[in-house]
Write a protein that binds this ligand. Structure first.
Ligand code: ASP
Ligand code: MG
Length: 413
């Protein structure tokens, strides 16, 4: 007998027919002898719909009221599933974040779970029932005031993994509308392959790179508490992809996936005086303007001046440019240039740590395609290149092929 936390995303609970399908899976899992705790998202589109309504009434809706509003989407689905389960004789109870004992910090609309009081869910399990927990929400208690909080878009994954960790569950199953995690986006590379096992660290790199598989925070928690996560489809019985601790077998594979983020832009600031404190000043100004900076490259200074390039989300580029212009005189910096349409393509793999020549192979592959690399950055298990956006798809296809990701995983020495 295993204890399984099953999380179903928005498309898996999109209507009553889908909710019946979830009910059947829960009943079948219990019939197979397992204990089940369910975490649900809101029906697909619901959180967007609620957000839009709040924003129609105010340019700056209060985050605490938005949290109360948004949390209602998940309340609907958990109540419906509990009703459906009880109707077929399966003991079940729907729980809001508060009822499930999920306590968060005070950062409304992007709160972090601080602790979980699992008593209510555990009691249900002991009594042979199913706890159906509203994802994406918790409560915050501050100075005698008790409010609803939400965990940020996609946060139901995090509720599920946090509950699995707190309950000591054997696995956290994430049911979605795709059948697993792929070596790259199948819309760009139809030969992309479903990954059987991948490490937390690789997924963290892929998620940060925009390969929206799992809520980033959920993977951080899964890693911290060593919760095996099984990403699979609610539309089939097939095995999906397992996200687990890295091991020796995974290190044999040089590259596990090719990720991209395409809505980027690059800003280059020329002729920056080469002295301490300049970067601090530039990036503090960007932070104050709420510009999120991704990759940063500073060139070696010549004649007392350096050049600095950084990438930002496309939507932030005008603000970034204005911010730099605003500092130009005061800081005696030179020209400010913008590439409005760049993309970042990355290869990720645990095996990079023990194999040589991986970067060379990436650059050679891009050269063969005539792609000019604008910037490069690396981590222990990732190499990223910035390029013109219209070359991104070619790069993804070429790298996916060059690292043998089509068909069986390549074992290389
Ligand atoms: N319903 C929330 C959202 O759409 C949370 C989730 O589904 O994970 O972001
Ligand atoms: Mg999601």
């Amino acid at each position: 007998m295993a204890l399984i936390v099953q999380k179903y995303g928005g498309t898996s609970v999109a209507d009553l027919e889908r909710i019946r399908a979830v009910r059947d899976r829960v009943v079948a899992t219990r019939a197979a002898g397992h204990q089940v705790v369910v975490v649900l998202s809101a029906m697909s589109g619901e959180t967007d719909r609620l957000t839009a309504m709040g924003k129609r009434l105010s340019d700056r809706p209060s985050p605490r009221e938005m949290d109360l509003l948004l949390s209602s989407g998940e309340r609907i689905t958990v109540a419906l599933l509990a009703i459906a389960l009880e109707a077929v004789g399966c003991r079940a109870r729907a729980l809001t974040g508060r009822q499930a004992g999920i306590y968060t910090d005070t950062a409304h609309t992007k709160a972090r779970i601080e602790r979980i009081d699992t008593r209510a869910v555990s009691r249900l399990l002991e009594e042979g029932g199913v706890g159906v927990v509203a994802g994406f929400q918790g409560i915050v208690e501050e100075a005698g005031d008790s409010r609803v909080s939400t965990l940020g878009r996609g946060g139901s994954d995090t509720t599920a993994v946090a509950l699995a960790a707190a309950l000591g569950a054997d696995v956290c199953e994430i049911y979605t509308d795709v059948d697993g995690i792929y070596t790259t986006d199948p819309r760009i590379v139809p030969q992309a392959r479903k990954i059987q096992r991948i490490s937390y660290d690789e997924i963290l790199e892929l998620a940060n790179l925009g390969a929206k598989v799992l809520h980033v925070r959920s993977v951080e928690l899964a890693k911290k508490f060593n919760v095996p996560v099984h990403v699979r489809s609610s539309f089939s019985e097939e095995e999906g992809s397992w996200v687990v601790q890295g091991d020796a077998a995974m290190e044999q594979v040089v590259v596990s996936g090719v990720a991209y983020s395409q809505k980027d832009a690059r800003v280059t600031v020329r002729g920056i005086p080469d002295r301490p404190g300049i970067a601090a000043q530039l990036f503090e100004a960007l932070a104050n303007a709420n510009v999120s900076v991704d990759m940063i490259v500073q060139s070696v200074g010549a004649e007392g001046h350096a050049n600095l390039s950084f990438t930002v989300p496309e939507g932030d580029v005008a603000t970034a440019q204005e911010t730099m212009e605003g500092l130009r005189e005061e800081m005696a910096i030179g020209a400010i240039e913008v590439d409005p349409a760049t993309a970042k393509v990355s290869i990720v793999g645990l095996g990079m740590q023990s194999h040589t020549g991986v970067a060379a192979r990436m650059f050679e592959t891009l050269r063969t395609e005539g792609i000019n690399i604008l910037m490069i950055s690396t981590s222990e298990i990732r190499i990223s290149c910035v390029m013109a956006r219209d070359q991104m798809e070619t790069a993804v296809r070429a790298l996916h092929a060059a690292f043998g990701l089509e068909g069986e995983p390549a074992e290389e020495g």
